[in-house]
Design a binder for this molecule. Structure first.
Ligand SMILES: [Zn+2]
Ligand SMILES: [Zn+2]
Length: 412
């Protein structure tokens, strides 16, 4: 290697170093990052965590959010439904309209985290992390409220009620007309078992699954436990149905296509020597495409109908179709990834696999393209578990990514 090429390589190397340093300083020193109310985000999260409210009953939570939004300045607060809140920040310059959504409701779960700020409300807790979503979006709103003069366009901070209970709050807010001007929707969900503060971009197109299900009552005929020939045992019928339903995914759905059928409830009987007269089952069903959604529904109905008939039992089936799959827009996805890298560094951004959980965020796609992301909160049990908890160190990166995504959408 000669001296010239050595010099060339050395200069190229230093240019790369400068470029690298530039990248790393870009994602750590943007002026607005100093305005992130980091400790307040934690404080708000803990307050909401300690005072959880069920879907459609988020009265105190929504008032708390509305009061905070008003206190930030520059944000107009509207209440499209009884327990939802939207903060509207109009930038000084004209431009597009973007919305970021956080959900605020808790679950009917008795908390078992042992946290000092555990739920004060019996059998209600933030086991899905919506307390974190709300606190982060408040942090984002407060940070952006100080930037009105730099903002091109309008930001809607959507604090949605009732994500956990169908038909869901998203539809109600959409029907109120409050979001009709929005041109793009972003949202983020905390997820365990991803590194703390890492932002994941969900796949293009189906980013989550549908959430369907059924409740089934099998009507048999009660009898003495020693005289089965005089009864129709609904437990045996139900057990056969549960087993047969395992073949829907393994034998009917195209291999490789994601689908889940879970029987989460099977209740019957009260004594060892009594054949009961009914059994109650309930299931949760996830698919990602309309053809598979219909296939699974048809197979389930056929299996239930034929097995009950074979045993001389009857049944009542309530097949419930709930949230559709979230559809992540290709362009917004690409922008979100670029923004997240800019905000928190390439090493903290990853391509997430599709969520098997469903979300009523999917309904916003009726109005405009959507993009849903996930935020890693460290190792732990799944969302909805009584011991669900999150590492609060993840929240700051969540806010950084949210602010950057909003700014880049409006500026590009
Ligand atoms: Zn949930
Ligand atoms: Zn959730």
């Amino acid at each position: 290697m000669n001296k010239v090429s050595t010099l060339l390589i050395a200069s190229l190397f230093s240019t790369m170093l400068v470029a690298q340093n530039k990248t790393s300083s870009d994602h750590s020193t943007a002026a607005w990052m100093k305005n992130i109310p980091e400790s307040e985000v934690v404080e708000w999260r803990r307050h909401i965590h300690q005072n959880p409210e069920l879907s459609y009953k988020e009265v105190n939570t929504s008032n708390y959010v509305a009061d905070l939004l008003k206190s930030f300045g520059n944000i107009e607060v509207i209440r499209p439904t009884k327990t939802s809140v939207i903060g509207i920040l109009k930038g000084s310059k004209p431009g597009k309209t973007v919305a970021f959504r956080a959900d605020m409701d808790a679950l009917p779960v008795q908390e078992e985290t042992g946290l000092e700020f555990s739920s004060k409300n019996n059998n209600v807790s933030h086991a899905c992390g919506h307390d974190a979503h709300t606190a982060m979006l408040l942090g984002t709103a407060k940070t952006l409220s100080k930037m009105k003069n730099d903002i091109k366009g309008t930001v809607y901070f959507v604090f949605q009620h009732a994500e956990e209970e169908a038909p869901g709050g998203a539809q109600e807010i959409i029907e109120s007309g409050a979001l009709k001007d929005v041109q793009a929707f972003f949202g983020m969900h905390v997820l365990p078992n991803y590194p703390v503060g890492n932002v994941g971009i969900l796949p293009d197109a189906a980013a989550s699954t549908t959430s369907d299900g059924f409740t089934l009552t099998i009507n048999g005929k009660g009898s003495h436990g020693s005289m089965p020939q005089l009864g129709i045992d609904p437990i045996v019928v139900g057990a056969e149905i549960v087993n047969a339903l395992q073949t829907v995914i393994s034998r009917n759905v195209t291999p490789g296509e994601m689908a889940v059928v879970t029987i989460g409830k099977f209740q019957s009987g009260s004594a060892p020597n009594v054949i009961p007269d009914k059994a109650e089952l309930a299931a949760s069903i996830r698919t990602i495409s309309q053809p598979t959604r219909e296939l699974v529904e048809n197979r389930i109905k056929t299996i239930i109908d034929n097995i009950t008939k074979a045993h001389g039992a009857t049944y009542e089936l309530d097949y419930i179709k709930s949230y559709p799959a979230i559809q992540n827009d290709v362009v917004l996805n690409l922008q979100a990834k670029t923004s997240a890298i800019k905000a928190i560094g390439k090493e903290n951004v990853f391509d997430a696999s599709r969520m098997t959980a469903s979300e009523d965020f999917s309904y916003y796609n009726k109005i405009a393209p959507t993009c849903f992301m996930v935020l890693g909160i460290g190792d732990g049990v799944a969302n909805h578990n009584p011991k669900f908890n999150l590492d609060e160190k993840s929240l700051k990166n969540g806010v950084k990514a949210e602010v950057q995504v909003i700014l880049d959408y409006l500026n590009n």
